[in-house]
Design a protein. Structure first.
Length: 485
């Protein structure tokens, strides 16, 4: 018979970067949580290696951005080679609209280490070798059966977060519907210490030949070599080893190469999956439990981490009775469209990068022209950096701003404030009653101009630094607060 093992606000299933991020932000907001994982230890391999600028911006809230940057290798350019000649370049640092105008290369094992250190410092222990065996939802919350060693116990929680990956036990238990697809692409991957020509430092290199595409990603500990080898007449007897990658490199990249002993090999196909509902009763799906797609563009882990941040502040406010429970519905409304767009873009990016070399040559003049346009580079870079993520479609009906900033956009103005789980209302007009702070659980700053260019108006900022409302109509502002706070 299972023994009673106490209560917690949130039970998190899965201690990868997404589950750990949820635990970090919930802990930051003062919400109790337990996090379990059936694996016996944190990830030991590099796996996902790119931290996008928007993720670093959001990590500022819990003071983790500097820790990541102190251990990251910064990438500022991507270069594509055809027949060992540079064909296209994309400069990240010139066009990303963030102080983090680069891609930060951090292996997943290190990402988990930094998140774990935060939790340890705040007296939260990850329960490894602990498996979710079943759960039951009722009006009083969720009762979960967990197994550690040979002993089963029961946990009562208000909510359950499923961050348990591609084959989510939670998703299968609830029989939740997914859209799924398998791409016709095969990859081999290798991490190894290596030395390249100095001119290629801090650059992502892409080399194309008739039968394969090779991508080379720099890391502090060496390089990741990732090759698409889908053509049957080429990959039939192909094995992942350093000689294969060395041969591919020398055939596509005009650089010297001194390679050490590999630290990791992998071979895989690309899968696409998107869950129909991110929320089912009191269960929420995050990261790979909700969406899986091509690794092109380094979007997957970052999208999952931002799922966790989006959900955590909403759970905090609802649990503390600062916001209506219907606020939790916006997690699905906001994050599923983001994943849909990521899947569509990643699919197109994979198809584009992995196109036949003959097609790339044919389209070379058009691609060069597009990349010469600053507006095109700006859109491409800020989309990949996840700076362009916006929730306008959900909230823009509430506000009518006098400038080009809208409800749902990323907040850019006063970046020094510590948000906690508060909404911050910047009252440039100066007529908001002080009693609104306690009534709607917000913090008011009077006569704080957003910028010298902006007209006087109200700006309500969410805990995740997105604009909830902007405009000069106090009735529309009050309508928003009544609905969501």
């Amino acid at each position: 018979m299972s023994q009673w093992d106490g209560k917690t606000d949130i039970l998190i299933v899965g201690a990868g970067p997404v589950g750990l991020t949820a635990a970090v932000f919930l802990t930051h907001y003062g919400i109790s949580c337990r996090i379990i994982d059936k694996k016996n230890s944190p990830t030991q391999t590099s796996n996902a290696i790119g931290i996008q600028p928007r993720t670093l911006e959001l990590f500022e809230e819990v003071k983790l951005s500097k820790i990541f940057l102190d251990h990251a290798l910064r990438v500022d350019q991507s270069v594509l080679f055809l027949n060992k000649k540079p064909c296209f370049k994309i400069n990240l640092s010139e066009f990303i609209d963030s102080k983090y105008n680069y891609l930060s290369m951090v292996p997943q094992n290190k990402t988990e280490e930094y998140l774990l250190n935060y939790l340890t410092d705040h007296n939260v222990n990850v329960e490894y070798c602990t498996e979710l065996k079943g759960f039951f939802q009722s009006e009083s919350g969720i009762q979960s059966t967990i197994k550690y060693s040979s002993k089963e116990s029961l946990i009562q929680s208000q909510y359950l977060i499923a961050a348990d990956g591609y084959n989510s036990f939670v998703g299968r238990s609830l029989n939740r519907p997914y859209h799924q697809e398998e791409y016709p692409y095969q990859f081999i991957l290798m991490d190894a210490p290596a030395t390249l020509s100095k001119s290629f430092d801090h650059k992502i290199l892409i080399g194309m030949k008739k039968h394969f595409t090779l991508m080379v990603f720099p890391m502090k500990s060496g390089y990741r070599f990732l090759a698409e080898v889908s053509q049957a007449d080429f990959n039939q007897n192909l094995e992942g080893n350093s000689k294969v990658f060395e041969s591919m490199f020398k055939a596509t990249i005009p650089s010297s190469l001194l390679m050490g002993d590999p630290t990791w090999f992998s071979r895989f196909k690309i899968h696409e999956k998107l869950i129909k509902d991110y929320k089912y009763k009191e269960v929420f799906f995050l990261g790979d439990a909700a969406h899986v797609h091509s690794p092109a563009g380094g979007q997957g882990m970052n999208t999952g981490i931002q799922d966790a941040i989006n959900l955590s502040w909403k759970l905090s406010r609802v649990i503390k009775n600062k916001s209506h429970g219907k606020l939790l519905l916006t997690y699905h409304q906001e994050r599923r469209p983001v994943a849909q767009k990521v899947i569509q873009r990643s699919k197109r990016m994979s198809q584009w990068v992995l196109k036949s070399i003959h097609i790339i040559k044919l389209l070379k003049p058009m691609i060069k022209y597009l990349l010469s346009l600053k507006s095109f580079q700006y859109v491409i870079n800020n989309t990949i950096a996840q700076i362009n993520i916006s929730y306008r479609s959900i909230f823009d009906r509430f506000s009518k701003p006098k400038n080009q900033v809208y409800s749902g956009d990323r907040y850019l103005f006063n970046k020094s404030i510590q948000m906690e789980d508060q909404y911050y209302l910047f009252d440039d007009i100066g007529d908001i009653p002080k009693c609104w702070e306690s009534k709607y659980h917000i913090k008011i700053f009077k006569n704080r101009r957003l910028s010298s260019k902006n007209s006087r108006q109200y700006c309500l900022v969410r805990p995740d630094r997105y604009i909830a409302f902007i405009g000069e109509d106090i009735k529309a502002l009050k309508h928003y607060l009544i609905k969501w706070c």
